[in-house]
Structures are given as structure tokens and as C-alpha cells.
Write a protein that binds this ligand. Structure first.
Ligand code: PMT
Length: 397
């Protein structure tokens, strides 16, 4: 089921007594970490209310093609493009026949035509309706023309008292079949916590101490980890970058804020990557008003900031902990020192004296160091190197 994490599932519900089981299906999918959007036909709403499914999915339920409010939120074409997979459960005989003809006369049929996402239907109907030649011909058509998968139906006692094929597959089994549709990736089922960017340490309401980190390296890592199947939480200092797709972002300013954001997201985290350039010191006192320039010189007393990554690595049930070492000289020796002193599992050394790499550039050049090895990765984009780092980490787990 972990393969379902972060997946976008569009669940279509059509009219039939099995519609009540869709509530359980939505719970199973959201419980497995899916983002679920429910689309109901008019018939489905006779059996279960949109409100129930909205509460369970945590998202508004879509049911009308001509609803300006819903279209303003997420239009039907946008919804069709959003889905990683479309599952229609239950799929009634009537809906399957409309699917077979290419009808686009309500929201759900229109979505199935407009989407290129893989699709499956879980038929549910009276056994005689299922065995009828017309239904079987429609099933054939949707299978061959639309390359749909047909999941079920099960055989057994039916709500109407008949016995035979036509029962919708049980929700948990549907969720498991859905999980099998997604490939197992290097970090499937893992949660990765990443810090990125600089921290800002306030001097007074308008001034601060900071550094040149742009956040690009950390954001590239978040993208690569998400693409490798992980659930990613990105604790970002003040940077001007868009949040990578499907990544949870928490914005912070200071090192102390970064530490408390890390602390509150650390449970259940499998991998921690500290790519942030955390200010080592902060002013001991922050002036409440803008400091005036009365004297020719002034001094600011600084105190040490908490070492976030050392704090993480000191935990008894610590995640696989990866640091960065930003050095301007004797790069490998200092990096190895940080690996050992901070008790990290791995450290990524980068030479930040070179303007073309390191701080604020699109490229970097790194050495991945652990207790036993040093592997050099020459200059490349931060995204490319992030992919290499994520691959290397996945082999160590
Ligand atoms: O953001 P970009 O512009 O893309 O630039 C990328 C980068 C150069 C910032 C990045 O590749 C990098 O090297 N990040 C770490 C920078 C740094 O602070 O290095 P350090 O050697 O001072 O710290 C060693 C490790 O301890 C780092 O993982 C750091 O996040 C962590 N640390 C440091 C101090 C502190 N108080 N708490 C920490 O967690």
C-alpha cells in the first residue's frame, strides 16, 4: 500500500447500492496517503451524500459539469490532467454503456474522455444485468477501445437477494489492486525531511545576519526524493523558489525556528538531509526598535545557534542522517571532520570558494563521503547531483 503515498486518485462513483462502500474505499485510500478527489454521478448521490465523501476525502466533491463555483476551484479539464489514476467504483451497467459509446453528458463521462490517465472500473450490478449480452459487449468495448482495466465483479449474495456475479470487489482489495498499478521506486514508502536555504538572524526589526544560500540545492533534493517515491517535507529558510510538486513545505526564518520545525516533523522520518546553510551564530539580543547610527563603530554580541543536524543525529532512533559541508579550503578533511563530530551517516562536501558552483548557482560539484568511501561527482546541475545523492542514499538503507 505504501506505493499509494502521494498519488492523486480520481474516484468516480456511479449509482448503485455498492456506492455506500465507496466511503470505506476513500478511507483506505486517504489512509494510504493518496490525495483523493471524488466525482459523483446524479445516481450516486441518491445512495450516498457528497458531504460524507467530502468529509472523508478532505476535498470538495465534484458532481456537476456546469457548476461555475467548482469550475473556478479546479476545472474539469484540470481535474482530468491532475489524476495519476481514475478508478470508477462502483461502475453501474448504465455508466459502462455510456462509457462504451463515448458519451460526455455529465462530469464523470467527460472526465474519462478528457483524461489520459490510466483507468479502471469496478462493476457492480445485479447478476442478470452483468451477464446480459449488452453489458458484456459494452465491457468488451471499454476494454479494447479505451484500454480500461476491469476489476471484478465478485460473485456471491447480492443486495437484491440474487446470487451470482455482480458484487463490487471489497474496498480494501480495490485499494490493494490500485497500489499494484504503481511501480516500486527507490524511496517508495520512505519519508524524507530536508532543510534548505539560509537562516536569517535578526539584529533589529529591519536588519539581519544571513548568507548567500539560495535554497537551490535543497529544493533540487526535495524534487529528486519526491520523484524517487518518497514523501518529502521541506523546511525552507527565506528563499525565492517555487515549492516542488507534491512536497510539503514549511517556511522558517531563523535557526531556532528551523530547529523547532525539524523537531516537529522528525517522527516517522526515515532520512534527514541538512542542505541548509544555518547561521552558526545569532545576536544575543534583538533590538525592538531600529538601531540608530550614533557612534562611529558598534559591536554586536553573538551567541551560538543550536546545531540542528547534530541534534537530529544524537537521537536514539535517528533517521539516516546526511549533512553538507560547505568549505573554502581543505574540503575533504574538514568534511570528514564534520561527518565524525556530528555523527552523520553521510556528508556531501562542496567547495563554496568557486563562484560557478555551491552558493546560489545552478551547478554544483560534490564528493559523497561516508565512513568507508569517497565518491567524486564532477560539475553538473544541482538537480542531476540531487538524483545521484538520492540514489546513493537509497542503496545505503
Ligand atoms: O542553497 P544553494 O545556493 O543551492 O547552495 C547550496 C549550499 C552550498 C548551501 C549547500 O550545498 C550546502 O553546502 N549546505 C550546507 C551549508 C553549511 O552550512 O555547511 P556547514 O559546513 O556550515 O554545516 C555542516 C552541516 O551542518 C550542514 O548539513 C548544515 O545544514 C548543518 N548545520 C550547520 C550549523 C547549524 N547550526 N546547524 C546545522 O544543522
Amino acid at each position: 500500500m505504501h506505493r499509494l503515498r502521494n498519488k492523486r486518485i480520481l474516484l468516480g462513483i456511479t449509482g448503485g447500492i455498492a456506492a455506500y462502500k465507496s466511503a470505506e474505499l476513500v478511507r483506505a485510500l486517504t489512509g494510504a496517503g493518496c490525495d483523493v478527489r471524488v466525482v459523483m454521478t446524479a445516481g450516486a448521490q441518491e445512495f450516498i451524500t457528497p458531504l460524507t465523501l467530502q468529509a472523508l476525502s478532505g476535498n470538495p466533491v465534484h458532481h456537476s459539469l456546469l457548476d461555475p463555483e467548482a469550475e473556478a476551484g479546479m476545472g474539469h479539464i484540470e481535474l482530468a490532467k491532475w489524476a495519476d489514476f481514475i478508478l470508477i467504483a462502483p461502475a453501474s451497467a448504465n455508466f459502462i454503456s455510456r462509457l462504451a459509446t463515448g458519451a460526455a453528458d455529465d462530469l464523470l463521462t467527460t472526465l474519462t474522455l478528457a483524461s489520459v490517465a490510466p483507468m479502471a472500473i469496478a462493476p457492480a450490478m445485479n447478476q442478470a444485468m452483468w451477464l446480459d449480452a449488452a453489458t458484456q459487449a459494452n465491457i468488451n468495448t471499454v476494454q479494447q477501445v479505451k484500454a480500461l482495466q476491469i476489476w471484478g465483479p465478485d460473485e456471491g449474495q447480492q443486495a437484491c437477494g440474487d446470487v451470482g456475479p455482480g458484487r463490487m470487489i471489497e474496498p480494501l482489495a480495490l485499494a490493494q489492486t490500485l497500489a499494484q498499478q504503481f511501480e516500486n521506486k527507490a524511496l517508495s514508502g520512505k519519508t524524507v525531511l530536508i532543510t534548505a536555504g539560509p537562516t536569517r538572524e535578526a539584529i533589529d526589526p529591519v536588519r539581519y545576519i544571513s548568507n548567500h544560500s539560495s535554497g537551490k540545492m535543497g529544493f533540487a533534493l526535495a524534487t529528486a526524493a519526491q520523484e524517487a517515491g518518497a514523501q518529502v517535507i521541506l523546511i525552507a529558510g527565506p528563499v525565492n523558489l517555487n515549492t516542488p510538486d507534491r512536497v510539503k513545505r514549511v517556511n522558517v526564518q531563523s535557526a531556532q525556528e528551523m530547529l523547532s520545525a525539524v523537531e516537529s516533523h522528525l517522527t516517522l522520518c526515515d532520512i534527514f538531509i541538512g542542505a541548509a546553510a544555518v547561521a552558526d551564530y545569532r545576536p544575543s539580543d534583538v533590538a525592538t526598535q531600529k538601531i540608530k547610527k550614533h557612534n562611529d563603530d558598534m559591536s554586536i554580541h553573538l551567541v551560538k545557534n543550536p546545531d540542528i543536524i547534530a541534534h537530529v543525529a544524537a537521537k536514539q532512533d535517528k533517521p539516516f542522517t546526511v549533512g553538507f559541508a560547505a568549505e573554502t579550503q581543505d574540503v575533504l578533511r574538514y568534511a570528514r571532520g564534520k561527518l565524525e563530530n556530528k555523527k552523520l551517516d553521510m556528508i556531501i562536501a562542496n567547495d563554496v570558494s568557486n563562484q560557478e558552483i555551491g552558493f546560489n548557482s545552478d551547478d554544483n560539484a560534490i564528493v559523497i563521503i561516508d565512513a568507508k568511501s569517497e565518491t567524486v561527482f564532477p560539475q553538473a546541475t544541482k538537480y542531476h547531483l540531487a538524483q545521484q545523492i538520492i540514489q546513493t542514499i537509497s542503496h545505503k538503507l
